[in-house]
Design a binder for this molecule. Sequence first.
Ligand SMILES: C[S@@+](CC[C@H](N)C(=O)[O-])C[C@H]1O[C@@H](n2cnc3c(N)ncnc32)[C@H](O)[C@@H]1O
Length: 269
Amino acid sequence: MRFEIVTLFPEFLETLKIGLLGKAIESGLVQIVAHNPRDYATDRHRSVDDAPYGGGDGMLMMPGPVIEALEALDAARGGPTHRVLLTPQGSRFDQATARRFSSLPSLTLVCGRYEGFDERIREEVHEEISLGDFVLLGGEIAALTIVEATARLVAGVLGNEGSAVEESHSAGRLEYPQYTRPAVFRGRAVPEILLSGNHAAIARWRRKESLRRTRTRRPDLFAKLELDKLDRKLIAELDAEAAAEVAEATAKAATANESVDDTPEPSES
Ligand SMILES: C[S@@+](CC[C@H](N)C(=O)[O-])C[C@H]1O[C@@H](n2cnc3c(N)ncnc32)[C@H](O)[C@@H]1O
Protein backbone atom coordinates (compact mmCIF):
# COMPACT_ATOMS: atom_id res chain seq x y z
CA MET A 1 0.00 0.00 0.00
CA ARG A 2 1.21 3.49 -0.83
CA PHE A 3 0.94 6.37 1.65
CA GLU A 4 1.51 9.88 0.32
CA ILE A 5 1.97 12.63 2.85
CA VAL A 6 1.82 16.28 1.95
CA THR A 7 3.76 18.06 4.65
CA LEU A 8 5.98 21.06 5.28
CA PHE A 9 7.97 18.86 7.70
CA PRO A 10 8.87 15.54 6.02
CA GLU A 11 11.41 14.94 8.86
CA PHE A 12 8.46 13.74 10.99
CA LEU A 13 8.11 10.69 8.74
CA GLU A 14 11.55 9.32 9.65
CA THR A 15 10.03 7.55 12.67
CA LEU A 16 7.98 5.34 10.33
CA LYS A 17 11.21 3.51 9.47
CA ILE A 18 11.32 1.94 12.96
CA GLY A 19 10.18 -1.59 13.90
CA LEU A 20 7.66 -3.68 11.95
CA LEU A 21 6.64 -0.76 9.77
CA GLY A 22 10.29 -0.18 8.85
CA LYS A 23 10.52 -3.83 7.77
CA ALA A 24 7.32 -3.49 5.73
CA ILE A 25 8.81 -0.44 3.99
CA GLU A 26 12.07 -2.30 3.31
CA SER A 27 10.21 -5.27 1.85
CA GLY A 28 8.06 -3.02 -0.36
CA LEU A 29 4.74 -3.97 1.28
CA VAL A 30 4.33 -0.35 2.34
CA GLN A 31 5.56 2.71 0.48
CA ILE A 32 5.84 6.15 2.07
CA VAL A 33 6.10 9.14 -0.26
CA ALA A 34 6.45 12.63 1.19
CA HIS A 35 5.76 15.74 -0.79
CA ASN A 36 6.51 19.26 0.39
CA PRO A 37 4.22 22.12 -0.72
CA ARG A 38 7.22 24.43 -0.31
CA ASP A 39 8.64 22.90 -3.50
CA TYR A 40 5.73 24.61 -5.32
CA ALA A 41 6.11 28.06 -3.75
CA THR A 42 6.57 30.75 -6.37
CA ASP A 43 8.17 33.70 -4.56
CA ARG A 44 11.79 34.10 -3.55
CA HIS A 45 10.93 33.45 0.15
CA ARG A 46 9.29 30.14 -0.83
CA SER A 47 6.12 31.22 1.01
CA VAL A 48 3.39 28.68 1.60
CA ASP A 49 1.22 30.71 3.98
CA ASP A 50 -0.53 34.04 3.97
CA ALA A 51 -2.81 36.17 6.14
CA PRO A 52 -6.58 35.47 6.11
CA TYR A 53 -8.83 37.76 4.11
CA GLY A 54 -11.06 39.68 6.49
CA GLY A 55 -8.35 39.74 9.17
CA GLY A 56 -7.83 37.54 12.18
CA ASP A 57 -5.02 35.76 13.97
CA GLY A 58 -2.40 33.60 12.30
CA MET A 59 -1.70 32.53 8.78
CA LEU A 60 -3.33 30.04 6.42
CA MET A 61 -1.80 27.52 4.04
CA MET A 62 -2.15 28.94 0.53
CA PRO A 63 -4.07 26.85 -2.02
CA GLY A 64 -1.46 26.91 -4.82
CA PRO A 65 1.47 25.02 -3.24
CA VAL A 66 -0.73 22.33 -1.62
CA ILE A 67 -2.86 21.69 -4.70
CA GLU A 68 0.18 21.58 -6.98
CA ALA A 69 1.83 19.07 -4.64
CA LEU A 70 -1.34 16.92 -4.88
CA GLU A 71 -1.31 17.15 -8.67
CA ALA A 72 2.39 16.20 -8.83
CA LEU A 73 1.64 13.13 -6.70
CA ASP A 74 -1.21 12.16 -9.07
CA ALA A 75 1.10 12.45 -12.06
CA ALA A 76 3.82 10.33 -10.43
CA ARG A 77 1.43 7.59 -9.25
CA GLY A 78 -0.53 6.81 -12.35
CA GLY A 79 -3.47 5.27 -10.44
CA PRO A 80 -6.23 6.46 -8.13
CA THR A 81 -5.78 7.63 -4.56
CA HIS A 82 -8.02 8.68 -1.69
CA ARG A 83 -7.26 12.21 -0.49
CA VAL A 84 -7.72 12.96 3.20
CA LEU A 85 -7.37 16.36 4.82
CA LEU A 86 -6.21 16.24 8.44
CA THR A 87 -8.19 18.71 10.51
CA PRO A 88 -9.80 18.89 13.97
CA GLN A 89 -13.05 19.59 12.08
CA GLY A 90 -13.10 16.15 10.40
CA SER A 91 -14.78 12.86 11.30
CA ARG A 92 -13.10 11.10 14.19
CA PHE A 93 -10.50 8.48 13.15
CA ASP A 94 -11.20 4.97 14.47
CA GLN A 95 -10.43 1.31 13.79
CA ALA A 96 -13.22 0.99 11.20
CA THR A 97 -11.70 3.89 9.27
CA ALA A 98 -8.24 2.29 9.50
CA ARG A 99 -9.72 -0.95 8.12
CA ARG A 100 -11.45 0.91 5.29
CA PHE A 101 -8.23 2.76 4.39
CA SER A 102 -6.18 -0.47 4.51
CA SER A 103 -8.10 -1.85 1.52
CA LEU A 104 -7.06 1.08 -0.70
CA PRO A 105 -4.06 0.95 -3.03
CA SER A 106 -3.08 4.52 -2.13
CA LEU A 107 -3.94 7.01 0.62
CA THR A 108 -2.92 10.67 0.46
CA LEU A 109 -2.82 12.58 3.74
CA VAL A 110 -2.64 16.37 3.73
CA CYS A 111 -1.08 17.92 6.84
CA GLY A 112 -1.91 21.48 7.80
CA ARG A 113 0.16 23.95 9.82
CA TYR A 114 -0.43 27.50 11.08
CA GLU A 115 -4.15 28.30 11.51
CA GLY A 116 -5.14 25.70 8.92
CA PHE A 117 -6.08 25.68 5.24
CA ASP A 118 -7.47 28.06 2.67
CA GLU A 119 -11.01 26.71 2.17
CA ARG A 120 -10.32 25.89 -1.50
CA ILE A 121 -7.93 23.12 -0.43
CA ARG A 122 -10.89 21.38 1.24
CA GLU A 123 -12.61 21.15 -2.13
CA GLU A 124 -9.74 19.01 -3.48
CA VAL A 125 -10.06 16.12 -1.00
CA HIS A 126 -12.42 13.16 -0.59
CA GLU A 127 -12.81 13.43 3.17
CA GLU A 128 -11.66 15.21 6.32
CA ILE A 129 -10.37 13.28 9.31
CA SER A 130 -9.61 14.34 12.88
CA LEU A 131 -7.54 12.45 15.41
CA GLY A 132 -9.78 13.64 18.26
CA ASP A 133 -11.36 16.64 19.89
CA PHE A 134 -8.15 18.56 20.52
CA VAL A 135 -5.93 20.83 18.44
CA LEU A 136 -2.41 19.82 17.41
CA LEU A 137 0.24 22.18 16.06
CA GLY A 138 0.16 20.39 12.72
CA GLY A 139 -1.22 17.37 10.89
CA GLU A 140 2.01 15.31 10.95
CA ILE A 141 1.37 13.45 14.21
CA ALA A 142 -2.15 12.68 12.98
CA ALA A 143 -0.68 11.38 9.70
CA LEU A 144 1.81 9.15 11.55
CA THR A 145 -1.01 7.72 13.66
CA ILE A 146 -3.20 7.02 10.64
CA VAL A 147 -0.33 5.44 8.67
CA GLU A 148 0.59 3.16 11.58
CA ALA A 149 -2.98 2.09 12.39
CA THR A 150 -3.73 1.48 8.70
CA ALA A 151 -0.46 -0.15 7.60
CA ARG A 152 -0.58 -2.78 10.35
CA LEU A 153 -3.84 -4.04 8.80
CA VAL A 154 -2.24 -4.49 5.37
CA ALA A 155 -1.75 -8.21 4.68
CA GLY A 156 1.77 -9.34 5.57
CA VAL A 157 2.75 -6.34 7.73
CA LEU A 158 2.11 -8.08 11.06
CA GLY A 159 3.96 -11.35 11.42
CA ASN A 160 0.91 -12.92 13.06
CA GLU A 161 -2.25 -11.87 11.21
CA GLY A 162 -4.34 -13.15 14.14
CA SER A 163 -3.09 -10.22 16.24
CA ALA A 164 -5.16 -7.81 14.18
CA VAL A 165 -8.26 -9.99 14.32
CA GLU A 166 -8.34 -10.64 18.08
CA GLU A 167 -7.64 -7.23 19.50
CA SER A 168 -9.40 -4.22 20.92
CA HIS A 169 -11.87 -2.58 18.50
CA SER A 170 -11.49 -5.28 15.83
CA ALA A 171 -15.03 -6.54 16.53
CA GLY A 172 -16.25 -3.48 18.41
CA ARG A 173 -15.11 -4.97 21.74
CA LEU A 174 -12.08 -4.46 23.95
CA GLU A 175 -9.48 -7.19 24.22
CA TYR A 176 -9.54 -9.61 27.18
CA PRO A 177 -6.78 -9.42 29.87
CA GLN A 178 -3.46 -10.94 28.78
CA TYR A 179 -0.59 -12.41 30.82
CA THR A 180 2.90 -13.70 30.13
CA ARG A 181 5.55 -15.35 32.33
CA PRO A 182 6.09 -15.58 35.27
CA ALA A 183 2.93 -17.42 36.37
CA VAL A 184 3.16 -15.68 39.75
CA PHE A 185 4.56 -12.15 40.01
CA ARG A 186 4.94 -10.59 43.46
CA GLY A 187 2.20 -12.82 44.81
CA ARG A 188 -0.21 -12.12 41.94
CA ALA A 189 -1.04 -15.27 40.00
CA VAL A 190 -2.19 -15.63 36.39
CA PRO A 191 -5.81 -16.91 36.22
CA GLU A 192 -5.59 -20.69 36.52
CA ILE A 193 -7.67 -21.36 33.43
CA LEU A 194 -4.95 -19.85 31.20
CA LEU A 195 -2.51 -22.51 32.43
CA SER A 196 -5.01 -25.36 31.95
CA GLY A 197 -4.20 -26.14 28.30
CA ASN A 198 -7.97 -26.41 27.69
CA HIS A 199 -8.31 -24.27 24.56
CA ALA A 200 -12.11 -24.26 24.45
CA ALA A 201 -12.35 -23.17 28.10
CA ILE A 202 -9.69 -20.49 27.52
CA ALA A 203 -11.56 -19.15 24.47
CA ARG A 204 -14.80 -18.99 26.51
CA TRP A 205 -13.04 -17.20 29.41
CA ARG A 206 -11.49 -14.69 27.03
CA ARG A 207 -14.80 -13.95 25.37
CA LYS A 208 -16.45 -13.40 28.74
CA GLU A 209 -13.64 -11.14 29.99
CA SER A 210 -13.74 -9.18 26.75
CA LEU A 211 -17.48 -8.57 27.30
CA ARG A 212 -16.87 -7.65 30.95
CA ARG A 213 -14.13 -5.16 30.00
CA THR A 214 -16.15 -3.59 27.18
CA ARG A 215 -19.24 -3.21 29.36
CA THR A 216 -17.31 -1.65 32.26
CA ARG A 217 -14.91 0.59 30.35
CA ARG A 218 -16.80 1.45 27.18
CA PRO A 219 -20.57 1.26 27.70
CA ASP A 220 -20.93 3.19 24.43
CA LEU A 221 -19.28 0.34 22.48
CA PHE A 222 -21.08 -2.32 24.52
CA ALA A 223 -24.48 -0.82 23.63
CA LYS A 224 -23.68 -1.25 19.92
CA LEU A 225 -22.51 -4.89 20.09
CA GLU A 226 -24.31 -7.55 18.11
CA LEU A 227 -24.60 -10.31 20.68
CA ASP A 228 -25.01 -13.99 19.84
CA LYS A 229 -26.42 -16.76 22.03
CA LEU A 230 -23.11 -17.45 23.78
CA ASP A 231 -22.55 -13.74 24.44
CA ARG A 232 -25.97 -13.49 26.07
CA LYS A 233 -25.20 -16.52 28.25
CA LEU A 234 -21.84 -15.03 29.29
CA ILE A 235 -23.50 -11.70 30.11
CA ALA A 236 -26.05 -13.54 32.27
CA GLU A 237 -23.11 -15.12 34.13
CA LEU A 238 -21.50 -11.68 34.59
CA ASP A 239 -24.82 -10.35 35.97
CA ALA A 240 -25.09 -13.29 38.38
CA GLU A 241 -21.49 -12.72 39.55
CA ALA A 242 -22.17 -8.99 40.06
CA ALA A 243 -25.36 -9.77 42.02
CA ALA A 244 -23.45 -12.26 44.19
CA GLU A 245 -20.75 -9.65 44.88
CA VAL A 246 -23.38 -7.08 45.91
CA ALA A 247 -25.08 -9.63 48.19
CA GLU A 248 -21.73 -10.51 49.79
CA ALA A 249 -20.80 -6.84 50.31
CA THR A 250 -24.24 -6.12 51.82
CA ALA A 251 -23.92 -9.10 54.18
CA LYS A 252 -20.43 -7.97 55.25
CA ALA A 253 -21.64 -4.43 55.92
CA ALA A 254 -24.59 -5.78 57.96
CA THR A 255 -22.24 -7.98 60.05
CA ALA A 256 -19.92 -5.00 60.63
CA ASN A 257 -22.90 -2.86 61.77
CA GLU A 258 -24.14 -5.61 64.10
CA SER A 259 -20.73 -5.88 65.78
CA VAL A 260 -20.67 -2.08 66.28
CA ASP A 261 -24.21 -2.25 67.84
CA ASP A 262 -23.07 -5.10 70.13
CA THR A 263 -20.11 -3.13 71.50
CA PRO A 264 -20.97 -2.05 75.09
CA GLU A 265 -21.14 1.69 75.75
CA PRO A 266 -18.08 2.81 77.74
CA SER A 267 -19.03 3.28 81.46
CA GLU A 268 -18.84 6.79 82.89
CA SER A 269 -16.82 5.92 86.03
C1 LIG B 1 -3.27 24.65 14.78
S1 LIG B 1 -4.11 23.55 13.73
C2 LIG B 1 -5.34 24.59 13.00
C3 LIG B 1 -6.68 24.46 13.62
C4 LIG B 1 -7.73 25.33 12.96
N1 LIG B 1 -7.50 26.71 13.26
C5 LIG B 1 -9.14 24.94 13.39
O1 LIG B 1 -9.65 25.53 14.34
O2 LIG B 1 -9.70 24.00 12.81
C6 LIG B 1 -2.98 23.28 12.42
C7 LIG B 1 -3.15 21.97 11.69
O3 LIG B 1 -2.92 20.90 12.57
C8 LIG B 1 -3.66 19.76 12.15
N2 LIG B 1 -4.49 19.31 13.27
C9 LIG B 1 -4.69 19.95 14.45
N3 LIG B 1 -5.49 19.24 15.25
C10 LIG B 1 -5.82 18.12 14.59
C11 LIG B 1 -6.63 17.01 14.90
N4 LIG B 1 -7.29 16.90 16.06
N5 LIG B 1 -6.73 16.03 13.98
C12 LIG B 1 -6.09 16.10 12.79
N6 LIG B 1 -5.30 17.15 12.45
C13 LIG B 1 -5.16 18.14 13.33
C14 LIG B 1 -4.49 20.19 10.95
O4 LIG B 1 -3.85 19.76 9.77
C15 LIG B 1 -4.50 21.70 11.09
O5 LIG B 1 -4.69 22.34 9.86
